[in-house]
Design a protein around this ligand. Structure first.
Ligand SMILES: [Zn+2]
Ligand SMILES: [Zn+2]
Length: 257
């Protein structure tokens, strides 16, 4: 079995200090590729450095909507340069978070549009973070996302109807271990309507360990096999077939060998 954790934060506390062991456990579990995602200038640099150290590890770079208020023209200039590194396979995570509202909506919208422009210029796919801002996210993608190589809604927590809207646009959908949670019936219904050609999995670690490992405080890529097993059952597929299909999808989306 070969799976790719398409969205993890391996440079974050709890994982970075123990990275060799984290990667060894991941490989042992069959999760043999990783896209580690940066969230601010410092984490972006670290993500690229880490990806440089490991085979089959790639980086995505962007400033998270939480930090939109800190962004200047220089931040975007630096991001644009870093994004041209050979191990950078996506711009992300970028989008809108109207749940926490750590930055003003106006700043978040401006940053999202700016990072979509960079993705277009460099012909890179985009990892979208969208929380309680679905309509506006779609609207900004409609206005600034035309010509982007690809779009994935990461940690998708929307309804079946929203999943269909995303799919109709030709976008992809990625699920975390949240689909294994007891109260996540809406997410499970969404999994069922996303074809494997558009479906990816991720841990979003160090957050949100899947069942039955939910008590493990620090999530890690190895635990994605639990989410894969669970999702395969929802799709009424054999785990091996499901894994192969979504790995093909993930490689195609990010342009991985
Ligand atoms: Zn996110
Ligand atoms: Zn994330």
């Amino acid at each position: 079995m070969e799976l790719i954790d398409t969205h993890c934060h391996l440079t974050f506390d709890g994982l970075a200090g123990d990275i060799e062991a984290v990667i060894a456990r991941s490989k042992g579990a069959g999760v043999t590729g990783w896209v580690t995602v940066g969230t601010d200038p410092d984490q972006n640099r670290k993500a690229v450095e880490l990806a440089d150290r490991f085979e089959n590890m790639y980086a995505a770079v962007a400033v998270h909507p939480h930090d939109a208020k800190t962004v200047t023209a220089d931040t975007l200039k630096e991001l644009r340069e870093l994004a041209q590194h050979t191990k950078v396979v996506a711009i992300g995570e970028t989008g809108l978070d109207y749940h926490y509202n750590y930055s003003q909506h106006e700043d978040q919208r401006r940053l999202f549009a700016g990072q979509l422009t960079i993705a277009k210029e460099l012909y890179l796919p985009v990892i979208v973070h969208c929380r309680e801002a679905f309509d506006e996210t779609m609207e900004i993608l409609g206005r600034h996302g035309r010509g982007v190589k690809g779009v994935v809604f990461h940690c998708f927590s929307g309804s079946t109807e929203q999943a269909k809207v995303v799919l109709d646009e030709g976008f992809y959908i990625s699920f975390t271990g949240v689909v294994t949670f007891k109260n996540a019936e809406v997410s499970r219904e969404a999994v069922k309507v996303v074809p494997v050609e558009r479906l990816m999995l991720e841990t979003d670690c160090p957050y949100m360990s899947p069942e039955p490992m939910r008590k493990q405080k620090i999530n890690e890529p190895a635990l994605m096999v639990h989410t894969a097993r669970f999702a395969a059952e929802l799709k009424e597929m054999e785990l091996a077939d499901f894994s192969q299909d979504i790995t093909t999808t993930s490689k195609g989306f990010f342009g991985l060998p």
